[in-house]
Structure formats: structure tokens, C-alpha cells
Design a protein around this ligand. Sequence first.
Ligand code: ADP
Ligand code: MG
Length: 236
Amino acid sequence: RIHLQNEFDELETKCQNLSLDSNFEYFNELPLSSLTQEGLQESNYIQMTEIQRKAIPLALHGRDVLGAAKTGSGKTLALLIPLIEKLYREKWTQLDGLGALVIAPTRELAVQIFEVLRKIGRKHTLSAGLVIGGKKLEVEQERINRMNILICTPGRLLQHMDQTASFNCDNLQILILDEADRILDMGFEKTVNAIIDNLPKERQTLLFSATQTNSVKDLARLSLTDPEYVSVHEQS
Ligand code: ADP
Ligand code: MG
């Protein structure tokens, strides 16, 4: 316990002191909890991709990040590692309720993110759930309050915000929007705006998108505070 207490404080200091032009290449150079380091190693994630190298240190430092990188560039770890670590450094426990929300455009993508979270987060004791419809609303309603992390599709999440009396996001620490361009292409702009309206203003937000359209920029203006912009261009 004493050891853990020291690790929380040490990580907080290291993240605050992270140089924003840091140039780490391997996950094990990052100031991450040993639980996450073990999860990454056991999943054979060793060397970072470019978007991970650029986005993760900024997000660990506490910045809002607007990330642009094409499909297949490794955005899932770029968003999940800062999420887990944020809750870890906040000493989040299963009793602390909802701490993190990830919004993805489709059920399939939400499930993929959930599977990666299960792999790299296997040593952590945080609870995580999918809110993607397909099951009866009541089944989700019963479980949703016990979750620290929710991976959601926009329509179903807003439905819970409107219809699940006990749903509480007052302590939310971090919001992540993945594939924001696709979320908007699928017609979820109003839904996502309504979700964001329900969230505490004081939070960290990461927004990832394959393309930077005007509507993505509008959503970024609405959801991010003084964001750091990172992009990875295809090598030609
Ligand atoms: P994106 O969300 O940008 O489309 P993903 O996060 O789905 O990309 O990653 C694409 C693939 O690359 C996945 O199979 C994932 O396991 C793999 N991958 C991601 N980051 C790394 C890494 N640092 N080392 C090895 N493989 C990785
Ligand atoms: Mg992805």
C-alpha cells in the first residue's frame, strides 16, 4: 500500500514534468503505472507508432488532444493508455463511479476498443462496460452504474442519459471521441452535442479522427479546451 501511494505521487510528478516535445520511442520509457506496463508487455506492445509517440505524452501531461491519423495507425492505444492512467493517478476505485467515457460511431468499433482495453487493462481493477444497444435497455441499466469506464455508441448513451434515472456522470474525468469524422458522417452531430451538454465542463477530452473536416473542427471547438493538435501524414 505504501509502495502504491508512492507510485501515484511519483507518476503525477513525472506526468506534470513531461516535456511536451519529448521523443519517446518505447512504451516502457513512458511514465505509466506498472500495471499498465505489464498489460502492454503481455500484449506484445513494445514500440510506439507515430500517433502514439505524439499523442500519449501530451495526454498524460493533461492536455486536450485533437489527433488526426488514418485507419490502422494505432489510435486505440493512443486513447486508451491516457484514459487508464488518468483514472489510476486519480486513485480511482470501483466505488468511484463513472470516470471515463469513450464514444465510437458503431457497435463493432466499440467492441474492438473494449477488447483492447481488456488486454492492456487486465492488471487493473477498474470495471468497464459496453453501452451499444442490442440488449434490452433494462439489462444495461442495471449494470451501467457499476462501471468506471464505458465504451458507447452515441444513440444508446444519450438514451441512458435521458431514461436511466440513476445514470450519473458528474465525476467524469475524461471523454474520448474516436473516429469523430465517422460519428458526424453517420448523422450523430446533435446526439453528440446533447451528450457533451450533460457532461461536467472540467474534464480532459481527446478527439481522434481520420480526416479533419469542417464539422470535425466544429465538434472540436465545442468539446476541447485549448487543444494540442497532432497529426500523422502518410509517407509518400
Ligand atoms: P486505428 O484505430 O488508428 O485504425 P488501431 O488502434 O486499430 O488503429 O491499430 C491497428 C493495428 O495495429 C491493430 O492490430 C493493433 O493491434 C496494432 N498496433 C497498434 N499499436 C501498436 C504498437 N505500438 N505495436 C504493435 N502493434 C500495434
Ligand atoms: Mg480506431
